[in-house]
Write a protein that binds this ligand. Structure first.
Ligand code: PMV
Length: 312
């Protein structure tokens, strides 16, 4: 029996602008994860894969699923990359503790976990980069024009400075940064938020391009702040990035409420994270304020609060 897992992720800065070629920063969140287990199936045809996802209520042979089904798509893509030849039927079980449609990279993590598990089971040699590519193919199903940031940070499992179409740069981190991740409890498909920005960009590209440039400048500043271990500077960058995302109209009342609650309780900076219109926000906190900000988030309606660290 083979088992492999992949972490969740948060985008620190640069979401949406990253779809338009600007850089973004993302880090893995290991407190939540998706796992895939591969074992011999008790029965079935040669070459058969029995896909099981208790979370989705799914138990189906791969050949009975449409190839556009995300779990089928990553399984097919990985098998095509591995070319294992005829094999005894296997059972592939997928589990995840990552909330879906909430900006924590659940789709990418499930894909990466499946690709890793199949790679190990068949003795393949797929590296991080190839596994990231395979997950990227499937991200198209989740949201039409993915930048590739989710699959990259999840597959490489380390903080990355990412720009579409370029090799990801692993990030040097100068000091510990403590984050809280507050969940609005509102599931929001990334595709919808990406579409909304696309429509506004088509209507008024000059204004949107200017906003993307301002976001890009914040991303570059935040990269320096991370390198220097400068929490105040990073906090200010997060705050400004949230204001720009509000201008793009991808925040929501729930997200804004949590961001304000974090600020009022003494967070160093807070913003929505990921596609927006629901999902999660992040708050950078000192260790002294961590508990009070976490309490404030819950009082303001967060249905869940996670803690994560970005460390050297
Ligand atoms: O998957 P999410 O919700 O974390 O959003 C991904 C970030 C976007 O920039 C909104 C889309 C993309 O493909 O980069």
């Amino acid at each position: 029996m083979i088992s492999a897992c992949a972490p969740g992720k948060i985008i620190l800065l640069g979401e949406h602008a990253v779809v338009y070629g600007r850089p973004a920063l993302a880090v893995p969140v290991r407190q939540v994860q998706a796992c895939a287990r591969v074992e011999a199936a008790p029965s079935g045809r040669a070459g058969g894969v029995l896909l099981i996802s208790p979370d989705l209520g799914l138990a189906s042979w791969l050949s009975d699923l449409p190839s556009s089904h995300p779990l089928a798509a990553i399984t097919l893509a990985t098998l095509a990359a591995l070319t294992p030849g005829p094999f005894a039927p296997v059972r592939l079980t997928v589990t995840s503790t990552i909330p879906v449609a909430s900006g924590l990279g659940s789709g990418a993590a499930v894909s990466v976990a499946i690709a890793r598990a199949l790679n190990q089971h068949f003795g393949g040699e797929l590296g991080h980069s190839r596994i990231s590519q395979l997950a990227f193919e499937v991200e198209h199903i989740h949201h039409g024009t993915p930048s590739g940031i989710d699959n990259t940070v999840v597959a490489f499992d380390r903080p990355v400075f990412f720009r579409r179409g370029e090799a990801p740069e692993p990030m040097a981190i100068g000091g510990p940064f403590h984050f809280l991740i507050g969940d609005t409890g509102v599931a929001a498909p990334t595709a919808e938020a990406v579409r909304r920005v696309r429509q506004r960009w088509q209507a008024d590209s000059a204004v949107l391009e200017a906003a993307f440039d301002r976001i890009a400048a914040l991303v570059l500043d935040a990269r320096q702040a991370l390198l220097q271990g400068n929490v105040d500077r990073l906090g200010a960058d997060l705050r400004h990035n949230h204001a720009l995302l509000q201008e793009l109209d991808v925040s929501s009342t729930g997200l804004d409420r949590l961001v304000q609650a974090a600020d009022a309780a003494g967070a160093l900076g807070a913003k929505m994270s990921g596609g927006g219109m629901g999902g999660n926000m992040i708050a950078l906190v000192s260790t002294e304020r961590r508990q009070s900000v976490s309490d404030a988030l819950r009082q303001a309606g967060a249905v869940g609060v996670l803690q994560t660290e970005v460390e050297p």
